[in-house]
Design a protein around this ligand. Structure first.
Ligand SMILES: O=C[C@H](O)COP(=O)(O)O
Length: 258
């Protein structure tokens, strides 16, 4: 994907072809359509044919991302699943390292994913995702993700939350630590993606710390409910308007300071 430097991109996660069509109505306001199956977990994987149908349903200039799941420490299984998502039309492959308890395990899994995906599609974008609330599920420390992503040849390091109980990214990894996450990712030549019940109120901090991608579902669903609510195109537009407002304010403050 061609990258606009210093721009925060908006990734939205529909759970079905119907929701992807609603995303397509708001296509001008978003950057990446991310296929997942929330009832199978935070980064739950959807069926290959759903990825294919969503690829066909959204404008060709919008990259389609697919989550490979909240995966176990089974490098072969995960590599094969990641290839399945790529063959189905996703060019942006996200893996939730749920079952990895050490950085070495996580590197093992992601090396297999990178090889499986890039042998098939060299321009695909591979994302190693950890969890901001890792302490609740016993998986690898969130601040280890930039190094894991770098050592395994990924394109980006990401954080999401594993348990969707209303707690948010900043409840578990406060903005100063997220800033450190972004700094480490950039130092390693990676993109930094952040998610986890992010709301419009978090966008100021996410912009200031230089986040590259913000991933959202609940905030653009009816009633803020990522499970029972449906993605609403007008909420996607409003979220983007807030992103643009913060980008403008941030650019102005940087210009004033220099
Ligand atoms: O990748 C992004 C996730 O879908 C975020 O979902 P959420 O905003 O409901 O936590």
């Amino acid at each position: 994907m061609r990258w606009k430097e210093a721009t925060l991109l908006l990734l939205i996660s529909p759970d079905s072809v119907e929701e992807a069509l609603d995303c397509a109505k708001a296509a001008e306001h978003l950057d990446i359509v991310d296929v997942k199956k929330p009832d199978e977990g935070s980064l739950g994987a959807n069926f290959p044919w759903v990825i294919r149908q969503i690829r066909d349903a959204v404008p060709a200039d919008k990259p389609v991302s697919a989550t490979v799941g909240d995966v176990p420490y089974k490098p072969g299984t995960v590599a094969q699943a990641a290839l399945g998502a790529t063959v189905s039309g996703a060019t942006y492959i996200k893996v939730g390292l749920y079952g990895c308890t050490t950085p070495e395990q996580a590197v093992d899994v992601m090396r297999g994913v990178v090889r499986a995906v890039k042998d098939h599609r060299p321009d695909a974008f591979v994302v190693a995702s950890g969890y901001a609330d890792a302490h609740r599920i016993g998986c690898v420390n969130p601040l280890a993700l930039p190094d894991i992503a770098h050592r395994s040849g990924c394109d980006a390091a990401m954080l999401d939350t594993a348990i969707k109980d209303g707690t948010r990214l900043f409840d578990h990894v406060p903005p100063d630590l997220c800033a450190e996450f972004v700094r480490q990712a950039h130092e390693a030549g990676l993109r930094a993606a952040l998610a986890g019940s992010v709301k419009a109120a978090d966008l100021g901090a996410l912009t200031r710390i230089g986040t590259d991608i913000v991933g959202v579902r609940g905030a653009v669903c009816e009633g803020g409910d990522r499970d029972a609510g449906r993605i609403q195109p007008q909420l996607v537009a409003a979220f983007r308007a807030e992103m643009d407002r913060h980008a403008g304010e941030h650019a102005a403050s940087v210009a004033t300071a220099s």
